[in-house]
Design a protein around this ligand. Structure first.
Ligand code: F6R
Length: 608
């Protein structure tokens, strides 16, 4: 959701910025722009649409010479996507230039104040208010002025700022929106995310909440909001830049689906020591685990769906009551957290605004939060009291696949660990559970290798108008995720229902040819599911079933069957999701949709 890249150093800035912005395309955007200081003045170029329009307009950056610059990809919030609303924004005499990710919530009163002082505004954006406010307070000292403005801004921001009368510096600041800075022998960088700078450097600093950075060509200075200079430790990025490239796959989503066996292994193995589950980062003794009376899981989107699976697994295995909340609801519903409650926040990006706010809500009430997070050093990773990383590596496709699979594994690990400590499973069952966990990567691989079967089936449904996903128990959780995968990348209307709910309204939507994807992996619910499938089939539905190997008689209620290998009943979601991901993917490809960057979506949702 908006991308920022800035450079100051020995290279030409514009090509570095264009290259970095391309690496941030996954964040979602509808226009792009950059500002480069040419030695005398700041030149700004903006373009609506894809980044390549800006590239063409500037001949790959050649028409914007200079070694200091900032760039931006905008995902419209305040004002339609057009050249005027695109970033960078400037003050009236174009001496202060700003790029911004986030939302300035009090921009209307600030704008009204500036209008009264005689300022004019050209755009509808909140960001232009920041540029004009910097102008209003500017006293020749950029740092002092920035801090003054930041103290007056409410909301969230990652900012890149240039002052034409300080051409040897770029400034950056953040609150609530992600921002990193990096350093190489050639210069210093700012960016919304690591992949934007990886081609140039592996030495990065994660900018903390309410920190300001002053970048020079060969040095960076970090400040608190009280203007105190602070020392920071750099992080060396270990993962390869290739991990953020397509590596020969047609789409990032396909590549990331294929990485799932590795992701599952990487999340699982570091926590298996001598065939026991050890989750050191949990920071809880066995006695403390035994004291957990209730678990609250907060998350958004697919991470929420992982949480719903987590509820069934944690309750089933460890017999601890679990409440799963959409973070956007939790934060405002005055949740009841009682003694013995444990809060778990699940997030791939670690930057989701609602999840972050839910964490703050829990912490304010005195409850420690465990973050299940993918992006190392992200805001949620920093604000949670303990972090269990999902080692999925960078996920570029907007629709999550491998990070979701890793989230499931993290939640299984917690459930099995808690069950073992609380003795709700015996030693024999514990060993069987570990055995089945370790089998998952190979089983996922097997399902991925049978992708043609799904591809073939998906081609028949490219024209579908509505698709329903049904399941019971843990299969309902996977139906939610299967449905989201399909609709978000193919734009086909789709809904997930607990199969028992069908008769309470939804079944009236079933007509001749409606596709119903039924997931039935739970033995004790198998017959009930078959009845539900027969019900929709009698009303004309075409039924796709996803079920366990050996359930041959499912054919009497289904038109097409995908079998998943045998695993423990609590882990079936990790396998059932694979054909559903592939189904959404192939429908999207078949329809010619932008698979990796679906319309209106952003990879990290850093605003409410
Ligand atoms: C869907 C998807 C989103 C995210 C949601 C939360 O494919 O990716 O629904 O799961 O926006 O994002 P994170 O996990 O970054 O908090």
């Amino acid at each position: 959701m908006c991308g920022i890249v800035g450079f100051i150093g020995k290279r030409q800035a514009a090509p570095v910025i264009l290259d970095g912005l391309a690496k941030l395309e996954y964040r979602g955007y509808d226009s792009a722009g950059m500002a480069v200081f040419d030695g005398e003045k700041v030149n700004v170029t903006k373009a609506v649409g894809r980044l390549k329009v800006l590239e063409e307009l500037t001949h790959g950056g050649e028409t914007m010479p200079g070694t200091v610059g900032i760039g931006h990809t905008r995902w419209a919030t305040h004002g339609v996507p057009n050249d005027v609303n695109s970033h960078p924004h400037c003050n009236r005499d174009k001496t202060i230039t700003v790029v911004h990710n986030g939302i300035i919530e009090n921009y209307i009163p600030l704008k009204n104040k500036l209008l009264k002082k005689g300022y004019d505004f050209v755009s509808e954006t909140d960001t232009e208010v920041a540029a004009q406010l910097l102008d209003y307070y500017y006293n020749g000292n950029p740092l002092e002025t920035i801090l003054k403005v930041l103290h007056r801004i409410e909301g969230s921001y990652a900012l890149g700022i240039m002052f034409a009368d300080h051409p040897g510096e770029i400034f950056a600041a953040r609150k609530g929106s992600p921002l990193i800075v990096g350093q190489s022998a050639d210069g210093c960088f700012i960016a919304s995310d690591v992949p934007a700078v990886l081609r140039y450097t592996r030495t990065v600093y994660f900018v903390a909440e309410q920190e300001v950075v002053r970048l020079e060509a060969d040095h960076m200075h970090f400040y608190t909001m009280d203007e105190e200079e602070i020392e920071k430790e750099p992080t060396t990025i270990e993962w390869d830049a290739d991990a953020a490239e397509k590596a020969g796959y047609e789409h990032f989503m396909l590549k990331e689906m294929y990485e799932q066996p590795k992701t599952v292994t990487d999340t699982l193995l570091p926590r298996l020591k001598k065939d026991r589950i050890e989750i050191e980062e949990l920071g809880m003794s066995d006695d403390e685990i035994r004291e957990v009376r209730k678990i609250h899981i907060v998350a958004c989107g697919s991470a929420y769906h992982a949480g719903v699976t987590g509820k069934y697994v944690l309750e089933g295995l460890a017999r601890i009551p679990v409440e799963v909340d959409l973070a956007s609801e939790f934060r405002y519903r005055n949740p009841i957290l009682e003694e013995g409650a444990m809060v778990i926040a699940v997030s791939q990006s670690g930057e989701t605004a609602d999840t972050l706010a839910a964490i703050r809500e829990a912490k304010q009430r005195g409850f420690a939060v465990l973050g299940i997070v993918n992006v190392v050093g992200s805001s949620i990773a920093r604000e949670a009291d303990h972090v269990m990383y999902t080692w999925a590596g960078p996920e570029i496709a907007v629709a999550t696949t491998k990070a979701y699979s890793a989230q499931l594994i993290a939640l299984y690990l917690l459930a099995v660990k808690f069950a073992c400590v609380k003795k709700t499973v015996d030693e024999r069952m514990y060993r069987l559970l570990l055995r089945d966990l370790k089998r998952l990567p190979d089983q996922i691989e097997l399902l991925l290798n049978n992708k043609e079967k799904i591809q073939h089936f998906a081609n028949r449904y490219i024209g579908a108008r509505d698709v329903f996903f049904i399941g019971r128990g843990i299969d309902y959780a996977i139906s939610l995720e299967g449905s989201l995968k399909l609709k978000e990348i193919s734009y086909i209307h789709s809904e997930a229902y607990a199969a028992g709910e069908l008769k309470h309204g939804t079944i009236s939507l079933i007509e001749e040819g409606t596709l119903v994807a039924a997931v039935l992996t739970q033995e004790k619910l198998y017959k009930k599911m078959i009845s539900n499938m027969v019900e929709v089939r009698t009303r004309g539905a075409f039924v796709l079933a996803v079920t366990n190997e050996g359930n041959g008689d499912v054919k009497r209620a289904a038109d097409y069957v995908i079998y998943i290998p045998e695993t423990n009943q609590y882990f079936t979601n990790s396998l059932a999701i694979i054909p559903l991901q592939l189904f959404g993917y192939y429908i999207s490809v078949g329809k010619g949709c932008d698979v990796d960057k679906p319309r209106n979506l952003a990879k990290s949702v850093t605003v409410e």
